[in-house]
Each structure stands twice: as structure tokens, then as C-alpha cells.
Design a protein around this ligand. Structure first.
Ligand code: PAF
Length: 278
């Protein structure tokens, strides 16, 4: 496994080596099984896999957890090294943010439309920060395929739209959500919670599934149930049932629905979603 901490070192290496088909797994580190599933998928489908580990300042709001976001490079590298096929892994973990965003960096990539829902409404500027960094990572990596988790479903749809609009020559893959046995979606932010909170947070997935199951039987009743759940527990920031492609209210042409929620467990903000094919 090769580690690069400078963009120039990675670019030189890429120029001098024949990496074949390259898969990219962009992460902010603090790797858990969800991330490792993305890496495994990429290792299966590509000659080499580049894992980037970068806590992107541009996607955090002023009152969010950028400073406290867990930075655990050593244990991340250990987990990657233990994977079967790790000799095909390259890691780019920029030693400072200026490796990605030099002081005079003044470009923004913004996808309009899909951000007017779900997390986009709650975290102004967040997705612009995501697309700006992801575009930069697509360009510098030279990757042919990129792997993202379904947990950040809206993020995936926005990156997919950017890729289409800008005709980027990269194939996107969405990998299913990894969960604890309780159903709680794995997230780097789970470690902010106590074990009691984690247990309670398993209800998020249960509620999403209840709404999804109801939708399959009686769509109108599912909307009522969704509102009932929101009304009973103010810790929900949102709980929405939307067309999975447009992120708008489902209509007669809807073929897939996403039930997505954001929930405040104490100071920890958690997101999760369930997809239903109609
Ligand atoms: O999903 C994430 O971890 C981040 O949003 C990403 C895609 C690595 C961009 O910083």
C-alpha cells in the first residue's frame, strides 16, 4: 500500500506508473465498515484503488463539527492494510488543506435543483463544498470509477448530476448502507453518542422502514404516518418521502421512492434512508 500526503507526489507517481483501471473512494477518514465496503467493491472491480482521506473544510457550516471531526489516520491506514488485496491500494491523505485548496483557490462547483430538499435545506452551502472537493478529487485522481455510500443519498444524486452535466468521464457506483445489528446506519459520527443513545438511534431506521412499508400498501397513509412520527418526536430534523430521482413529491411517473430522515440525538446529527422500488 502506498501513502501520499502531497498532491505533487501522487501526480508524479500516477504519471510514472501504469495503474490500469483506477477506482476512487473519497472519504473524510475515520474509516468504518461502510467505507471498507466501498474499498472492497472498488478492489473487486478495478486494477488499483485510490482512497482519499481529507476532512473537507468547505462542506462544514460555521457551527458544525469541522474541528472535532475525528482524524484517525494511523488506524485508518491499518484497517486498509488488513484488507485482502491491499497492495492494490493507494492512499492520498493531504498533509494540509492547501494541498487540495491552495490559498488562492477561488472556484466553486454548484449543482442547482437537487439541493432544495433534505440536507440541502438544513445545511446551506454544504453540497457546494462537497461538489467542489469531489470535482477536484475526480480531476486529480484520474480515476475511471468512483464509489460512494447510499447513506448520503442526496450527496450521491448531486454528484451524479454534476458528472452528467459536466460530461465527466467517470462511472459512479452507489454502495448499500452498512448497519449495526440494531439497524443503526454506520457513521463516523456514531462515536459521539453514548451506548444508550446508539440503542435509541436504532429507531431511526425502524421509523424509515415503517413509512416505506406503509407507502407500498397505502401511499396516503404513509404521508400521515410520516407526519405523526415527526409530530411525536421533535428530535427529527426532517423525515421525507420523495421521488428518488427528482427529490420532489412522488407523482404518477415515480418509479423509486426514497424515505430519508435526519435526527438529532443530543448534539449528534444522524442521517439515514430507505429506497423503495415501485
Ligand atoms: O461522504 C463523504 O465522506 C464526503 O462528503 C466526501 C464525499 C468524501 C467529500 O468530502
Amino acid at each position: 500500500m502506498q501513502l501520499f500526503t502531497k498532491k505533487s507526489d501522487y501526480l508524479n507517481y500516477r504519471q510514472q506508473s501504469s495503474l490500469g483501471i483506477l477506482g476512487l473512494v473519497p472519504t473524510m477518514g475515520n474509516l468504518h465498515q461502510g467505507h471498507l465496503n466501498l474499498v472492497k467493491e472498488s478492489l473487486k472491480e478495478n486494477d488499483h484503488t485510490l482512497v482519499t482521506i481529507f476532512v473537507n473544510p468547505k462542506q462544514f457550516g460555521p457551527n458544525e463539527d469541522y474541528e472535532k471531526y475525528p482524524r484517525t489516520l494511523e488506524s485508518d491506514l491499518k484497517k486498509l492494510k488488513e484488507l485482502q488485496g491491499s497492495e492494490k491500494i493507494l492512499v492520498f491523505a493531504p498533509e494540509r488543506p492547501t494541498e487540495i485548496f491552495p490559498e488562492d483557490f477561488s472556484t466553486e462547483i454548484q449543482v442547482t435543483g437537487l439541493e432544495h430538499a433534505l440536507c440541502g435545506l438544513q445545511r446551506p452551502g454544504h453540497f457546494k463544498g462537497v461538489t467542489t472537493v469531489v470535482y477536484q478529487l475526480f480531476q486529480l485522481s484520474g480515476a475511471h470509477k468512483a464509489y460512494f455510500g447510499q447513506k448520503d443519498y442526496q450527496q450521491f444524486k448531486i454528484i451524479q448530476k454534476m458528472t452528467k452535466d459536466l460530461s465527466l468521464a467517470i462511472e459512479l457506483h452507489m454502495v448499500p448502507i452498512a448497519r449495526e445489528s440494531s439497524g443503526l446506519a454506520l457513521s463516523s459520527r456514531n462515536q459521539y453518542m453514548t451506548s444508550e443513545q446508539k440503542l435509541e438511534a436504532a429507531n431511526i431506521y425502524k421509523s424509515l422502514r415503517m413509512v416505506a412499508q406503509k407507502y407500498l400498501k397505502a401511499p396516503d397513509e404513509a404521508q400521515n404516518l410520516r407526519q405523526e412520527i415527526l409530530f411525536k418526536d421533535p428530535s427529527w430534523q426532517y423525515l421525507e418521502l420523495l421521488d428518488a430521482q427528482t427529490l420532489k413529491a412522488p407523482g404518477p411517473r415515480t418509479r423509486q421512492v426514497v424515505v430519508a430522515g435526519a435526527y438529532h440525538m443530543g448534539d449528534t446529527r444522524l442521517i439515514d434512508n430507505v429506497l423503495i422500488n415501485l
